[in-house]
Every structure is written in structure tokens, then in C-alpha cells.
Design a protein around this ligand. Structure first.
Ligand code: SAH
Ligand code: SF4
Length: 422
């Protein structure tokens, strides 16, 4: 009888990808995917250490599995959280970090940790099971050491994968359902492999996979180049979406965070992007409650949000993380930080509602990803600028691209009818 495994994922798209790698490796070793933790022999919790909240959720879920864990079941902690937790709870058999996945089948057989943080985590030779969106890391790690961020300590130094191995990996993992490629890196703009920079790499990928949409995430404002925006204007398959984390609207805070750009530089990138590609959606990450953030600094962030009117924003309350510089500073009062977060969320919601209203009666091209969980005959998809759209029709299929006329806007939700398949 085949052994069964269950992987629970907490975290960002990099963690989603890590889970795909783990699942693909285990399936290729003849393990079978279980539909629940109860029926699995191997339980993998793939967690994220970037924020305290995310870490607590993953560890909380892991504890909740204690009741299904018995001597026959193996419990494994994975993802960047595996590097962050120093003393494993007793019911966890071992931890495997992102640089060690290829050893996982052996580690399961031997029931032990490798804890070899030096091994290189090149994913590109592992055949990964992919869905409509093919996730493709172009690099690993990060060299930026923003003062609040644990990522460089968890995922190691930045290393760009060669264009040949990346394109080879995409081809190897290609299947009939893939419709778009999502290139991923902590800072895609600092990609560099023997003279090939990120824009060059993108052109190579667009050239090689002409029938697919291509997206990328995340752009760092300090390294972004105008050539990239120009490529977006020239090539329709390159989605007009920039995820450009601002973090703060105050130059004083940006300096303390070690972000290496000013608000003025950030604004000029957004203005240029919107001038060159009018359809571009600009989304962002913003934090509040960092050590020494004053009311004045916070007002500047709110002003930036009003001025830049992001299409979407992930907003976080800062939490002190192991190894980072800013954990040694005097921490901001929790009530003040939570109050600021609420103000930010309210403002962004208002902006998103207004932006959603402005989409009424407009036509967009939607790639249908899934049936909606909420209603029969409704599907979920994304347009070329990465806006979420609900398609009301019984006739569309997953993976199809349709021209959709937005005819209903509820809050921030866009709904439309399909006109034709493209
Ligand atoms: N490489 C990306 C971000 C990766 S982490 C970049 O530089 O933009 C994703 C987001 O988590 C960050 O943009 C930041 O907003 C948030 N984040 C990182 N560390 C955090 C911390 N200690 N507390 C709260 N949010 C944090
Ligand atoms: Fe963290 Fe900064 Fe690197 Fe992003 S660029 S992963 S925020 S250190």
C-alpha cells in the first residue's frame, strides 16, 4: 500500500511553490496525496516566518495536528519557518528548509533532519506539478537586509538561476492546463546572470512561450528599470501589473528600513509606469508600527496612499523578527500600531471601491482560473492587469480567456458577462 502525505501551506507565493516542489517530489517517489491530515502517514506543515502572525498560524495548525499524530505518522516542518524555529516541538520528527527539499525523500526514509543550510537550493532541475499558473522562481534568497526583514536569514543569499535552466524547468513542468507563467523572486529586478538582466530574461521567456501570459513578482523600487515598463507597453502577453512595495511614505522611515529609495523616487516610477502603460495596475505592501514611527511619519504614509491611489495593497503591522536589526530598537506601542493599521485599511478600501466603480461598463480580457465557491455558474479569473473578476456564465471553462464586460460592481468586487472567447 502506498504511503500518503498531506501538505498544509501558510505564507506567500514562494511557500505555495515550495509546497508544489514537496508534493511533486513525493509523488515521483510513489507517495500518494491524501485528502486530509487524518488519512496521511506524512504530515508536512510548510510555514512562513516573515511575520509573527503568519508564524503563529502555521505553528498553531501544527499543534492542532497533535491529536491526529501517532507513532506511525511522521510530522515535518518545512518552508522558511523551518530555519526560524530553533527548538522543534517534541511531536515534530524533523525540519526541512527550502534549500534541502531535494533530500526530502531520503530524509523521510531516515527520519532525520539534514540541517544543511549551505546546500544550494536550486529548484530548477525538479519537475514540478503545475496548474493554470506555472510558478517559476528566477532566483532565490535576498541580499537587501531591510532592517525589519527575516527573509535574507531564512532563504539565504540571492542567487539568480541561469536563463537556460529556468526555461528548461518551465518546459519540463509544462502541461496542457498551463496558461500563464508567474516569474518569482524576492527582488526580480536585481536578477543578473552573466550579463542577462531581468528585462532581457523576460524577453527570452516571452519569446519562448508566445501563447502564454507572463507575470512577475516582486519588484523592488531601488532596482526597477524603465526598460521593463517599455517592454510591458510593447508586449501584450506581459501583464500590465507592477507589485511595487512602498513600505512607508516617510523618507525618514525608508532610511531606517534600509530600503534605498525615497518617496519621490518611488512616486516618479509609478508616474512613469502609468504614463507609459496607462492600463497598468500598481499594487504594494505597506507596514506600520515600526520602531520610532511617529504620527508625522504615519501621516506621510497616508498622504502617499492618497496621492498614489494603489490598485491594491497588502498592509501589515510590523512585528519584531529574529536576527533582524530593528528587533533591537524600542518597539512601537501596540495599540497605536493597530489604530494606524485600521486607518490605512479603511483608506485603501475607500480607494479600491472608487477604482472598482470606475471599471463599470469596461471590457477586460479574463483568464478563468476556478469555479467560484460562492455561487453556481460563477467563475473567478484575472484580467491582464491582474484584477480579480467574477464571470457570470455557465458556459466558460477553466483555463479559457474571455472578453468580459463589467456590468456589476459590489464594493470592491467586479462582476461581468462573457462576450466571446479569445
Ligand atoms: N521582497 C519583497 C517582500 C517580501 S516579504 C520586497 O522587498 O518588497 C513581504 C512583505 O512582508 C514585505 O513587503 C513587508 O511589507 C512585509 N514584512 C516583512 N517583514 C515584516 C515584519 N517584520 N513585520 C511585518 N511585515 C513584514
Ligand atoms: Fe525582505 Fe527587503 Fe529582501 Fe524584500 S528586499 S525580502 S523586504 S530584505
Amino acid at each position: 500500500m502506498k504511503h500518503k502525505f498531506f501538505v498544509a501551506t501558510y505564507g506567500c507565493q514562494m511557500n505555495d511553490y515550495d509546497s508544489k516542489v514537496i508534493e511533486s517530489l513525493l509523488v515521483s517517489e510513489n507517495y500518494e496525496k491524501a485528502s486530509s491530515a487524518e488519512e496521511a502517514d506524512i504530515l508536512v506543515v510548510n510555514g512562513c516566518a516573515v511575520r509573527e502572525h503568519a508564524e503563529k498560524r502555521a505553528l498553531g495548525f501544527m499543534s492542532s495536528l497533535k491529536k491526529v499524530k501517532n507513532r506511525k505518522k511522521m510530522m515535518i516542518l518545512a518552508g522558511c519557518l523551518a530555519n526560524s524555529v530553533r527548538i522543534l516541538p517534541k511531536f515534530v520528527d524533523f525540519a526541512v528548509s527550502p534549500t534541502e527539499y531535494r533530500f526530502l525523500p531520503d530524509l523521510i526514509k531516515e527520519k532525520r533532519s539534514k540541517r544543511d543550510l549551505e546546500s544550494n537550493g536550486d529548484y530548477t532541475s525538479i519537475k514540478v506539478n503545475q496548474g493554470i499558473t506555472l510558478l517559476a522562481p528566477i532566483s532565490k534568497g535576498c541580499n537587501n537586509f531591510c532592517s525589519y526583514c527575516i527573509v535574507p536569514f531564512m532563504r539565504g543569499r540571492e542567487e539568480s538561476f541561469s536563463p537556460e535552466s529556468l526555461i528548461g524547468q518551465i518546459k519540463m513542468s509544462m502541461n496542457g492546463s498551463v496558461r500563464e507563467i508567474l516569474l518569482m523572486g524576492q527582488n526580480v529586478n536585481s536578477y543578473m546572470y552573466r550579463g542577462v538582466d531581468f528585462t532581457h530574461l523576460l524577453s527570452m521567456v516571452l519569446d519562448e512561450f508566445k501563447s502564454l501570459r507572463v507575470r512577475f513578482i516582486t519588484s523592488h523600487p531601488k532596482d526597477i528599470h524603465i526598460k521593463l515598463i517599455e517592454l510591458m507597453a510593447e508586449n501584450k502577453n506581459l501583464c500590465s501589473h507592477l507589485h511595487l512595495p512602498l513600505q512607508s511614505g516617510s523618507n525618514r522611515m525608508l532610511e531606517m528600513m534600509h530600503r534605498q529609495y525615497t518617496y519621490e523616487k518611488f512616486k516618479s516610477i509609478v508616474d512613469e509606469a502609468r504614463r507609459i502603460v496607462p492600463s497598468v495596475c500598481v499594487t504594494t505592501d505597506i507596514m506600520t508600527g515600526l520602531p520610532y514611527e511617529s504620527d508625522e511619519d504615519f501621516k506621510k504614509t497616508m498622504h502617499a496612499m492618497e496621492e498614489l491611489r494603489f490598485d491594491d495593497a497588502f498592509m501589515y503591522r510590523y512585528s519584531a523578527r529574529r536576527f533582524t536589526m530593528s528587533r533591537y530598537l524600542e518597539q512601537c506601542d501596540e495599540t497605536i500600531a493597530l489604530g494606524r493599521l485600521k486607518e490605512m485599511i479603511d483608506l485603501q478600501l475607500k480607494i479600491r471601491r472608487e477604482k472598482a466603480q470606475s471599471m463599470l461598463n469596461r471590457s477586460v480580457e479574463v483568464l478563468v482560473e476556478n469555479r467560484s465557491a460562492r455561487a453556481e455558474n460563477e467563475y473567478f479569473g484575472r484580467d491582464l492587469s491582474n484584477r480579480s473578476v467574477i464571470v457570470k456564465s455557465g458556459r466558460v471553462k477553466r483555463g479559457g480567456v474571455y472578453r468580459v464586460k463589467i456590468n456589476e460592481v459590489r464594493g470592491i468586487t467586479l462582476k461581468g458577462e462573457t462576450a466571446e472567447e479569445i
